[in-house]
Design a protein around this ligand. Structure first.
Ligand code: ATP
Ligand code: MG
Length: 354
C-alpha cells in the first residue's frame, strides 16, 4: 500500500487517471468516500487478502485431511486389516478414501482365500498321508510275516500275499484318484468339448455294467423321453462322473435292486439323474458327500474299497462344464442330480435352490 501510494504521488498522470475513473464510479455510485484515495485501495487489498487466506486455509485443511488419511493408512499397513477409514469426505478425497477401503477389502479377501487354499492343502496332505499309511502298514506287516517265515502253510502265504496285494491295489486307486482330483482342480485344466449324444452315451454305460448288475441281481435302466440328446461336453470326463455314480449305487445302495438313469431336456440344460433304491443317506451326511475324503458311515465304508474322492472329482468336472450336481435321499430313492448346459458357450443357468 505504501509503495502504491508513493507510486501515485510520483506519477501525477496515474493519479490523475485514477482520480478521473474514481469520479466516474463516484458519480455512478453516488458516493465519494468509498472511492476516494486510500479508501479505494484498502477494500481492494482486503478482499484479495481474504481470498488468499481462504485459499491457504482450504489448502491447509486439505493437507490436514491427507495427513490424517496417511496416518490411517499406516495404521492399516501395520496389520490392522479389519480397520477401515471411517470418516466421510467430499470431493476427490472421498474417492481416495473409497478406493483405499476397497483396496483393503479386496486385499483382505485375497489373503483369506490364500489362507483357505493353504489350509485345504494341509488337510489334503494330512488325509493322503493317513490314507496311504494305513494300507502301507498292512502291506509291510504281511510281507514282513512272510519274510520272517512266520507262517504255517503255503495257504497262509497265499492269504498274506492276497491281503498285501489288495491293499496295494487300494493304494494305487487312491493315488490315481488323487492325481485325477488335482488334475481337475487346476483352473487351467483343458475341457475337450465335443458334440455328443447323451442318451447314447448313458445307454452304452448302462450296458457296460450289465455283468455286475446280473451278479448282484440289480436292474440298471435308462429312462428318457428323448430319442437322442445332442449336447457339448468332454465325454471322457463325463464318463468318469457317471461311472462313479453308478459304481457308488452298486457299492453303497444297501438292499437296492434298481438303478435308474434318467435323462431330461429342459430349455437349455440336460438333467441327468442317477438314482438307486435302498437305504437312505442321513440328512446330515448329504451336505458333506461332495467333500473330498468324506465317506458316510466310515466303519461300514471301510469294508467297501473307496477313497471318498469320487464325488469331489465329479463335482469339479460338472463345475468345469458350467453345471452343478447335488444329492437327495429319502427312504425310497437316493438320487444324484446333474444339471449341465447343453452348449458350451451358452449363458450359465443358475440353480433354483442350490
Ligand atoms: P471313490 O469313488 O473315490 O472310489 P467313494 O465311493 O467312497 O470312493 P465317493 O464316490 O465320493 O467316494 O462317495 C462318498 C461317499 O458317499 C461314499 O463313501 C458313500 O458313503 C456315500 N455314497 C455315495 N453314493 C451313495 C449311494 N448311492 N448310496 C449311499 N451312499 C452313497
Ligand atoms: Mg465312489
Amino acid at each position: 500500500m505504501v509503495l502504491f501510494s508513493q507510486m501515485l504521488n510520483n506519477s501525477p498522470d496515474l493519479s490523475d487517471a485514477i482520480y478521473r475513473s474514481k469520479n466516474i464510479f463516484a458519480n455512478n455510485l453516488g458516493s465519494d468516500i468509498f472511492w476516494s484515495g486510500r479508501n479505494f485501495v484498502i477494500p481492494f487489498f482486503l478482499i484479495i487478502d481474504v481470498l488468499i487466506i481462504c485459499w491457504r486455509l482450504i489448502r491447509r485443511y486439505r493437507q490436514m485431511q491427507l495427513r490424517h488419511i496417511i496416518n490411517e493408512l499406516h495404521y492399516i499397513a501395520n496389520g490392522n486389516y479389519d480397520y477401515r477409514i471411517p470418516f466421510e469426505l467430499r470431493g476427490d478425497l472421498s474417492k481416495v478414501v473409497d478406493s483405499i477401503n476397497g483396496l483393503v477389502d479386496s486385499t483382505v479377501a485375497a489373503i483369506e482365500d490364500e489362507r483357505a487354499i493353504e489350509k485345504s492343502k494341509d488337510e489334503l496332505i494330512t488325509n493322503v498321508s493317513h490314507d496311504i499309511r494305513t494300507p502301507l502298514t498292512s502291506i509291510i506287516g504281511y510281507l514282513g510275516l512272510i519274510e520272517d517265515g512266520q507262517y504255517q502253510s503255503p495257504d497262509e502265504i497265499l492269504k498274506y500275499t492276497s491281503i498285501a496285494y489288495n491293499k496295494a491295489k487300494q493304494m494305487k486307486s487312491l493315488v490315481e484318484d488323487l492325481f485325477e482330483y488335482s488334475k481337475v482342480r487346476q483352473p487351467s485344466v483343458p475341457v475337450n468339448t465335443i458334440s455328443f449324444d447323451m442318451v447314447q452315451l448313458l445307454e452304452q454305460l448302462a450296458a457296460d455294467f450289465e455283468l455286475e448288475a446280473r451278479k448282484k441281481n440289480i436292474q440298471v435302466l435308462v429312462e428318457t423321453q428323448e430319442p437322442q440328446l445332442i449336447m457339448d461336453g468332454d465325454t471322457e470326463k463325463l464318463v468318469r462322473v457317471f461311472n462313479n455314480l453308478i459304481t457308488n449305487a452298486f457299492k453303497y445302495g444297501t438292499d437296492a435292486d434298481k438303478i435308474l438313469i434318467g435323462i431330461e431336456k429342459s430349455k437349455n440344460e440336460a438333467i441327468v439323474t442317477v438314482k438307486n433304491n435302498g437305504k437312505e443317506i442321513p440328512r446330515e451326511a448329504l451336505d458333506q458327500l461332495f467333500d473330498r475324503f468324506y465317506r458316510v458311515d466310515e466303519s461300514r465304508s471301510q469294508e467297501i474299497s473307496g477313497t471318498g474322492l469320487g464325488l469331489a472329482i465329479a463335482q469339479n468336472i460338472i463345475n468345469l462344464h458350467g453345471g452343478y450336481i447335488y444329492a437327495q435321499s429319502n427312504e425310497e430313492w437316493t438320487s444324484f442330480i446333474i444339471h449341465l448346459p447343453l452348449y458350451k458357450n451358452q449363458v450359465k443357468t443358475l440353480p433354483d435352490n442350490h
